[in-house]
Design a protein. Structure first.
Length: 59
């Protein structure tokens, strides 16, 4: 889930930078890219993954 969010944030940062869109300081391309890197780091750390439960039918 965090990997998809980081891909979207990287794409938005690219669009802001490529189109030279004037935004305020909060939504600059560098800040959006840093949010994407944070989401990518959370994904690589294992946060937000599917819960894996072990069910055993053997008795």
């Amino acid at each position: 889930m965090f990997a998809v969010a980081s891909a979207v944030l990287f794409f938005l940062a690219f669009l802001i930078n490529a189109a030279d869109i004037a935004t305020n300081d909060v939504f600059s391309s560098v800040n959006v890219m840093l949010l994407g890197l944070t989401a990518l780091a959370l994904h690589l750390a294992g946060a937000g993954g599917w819960a894996r439960t072990r069910t055993s039918r053997r008795r």
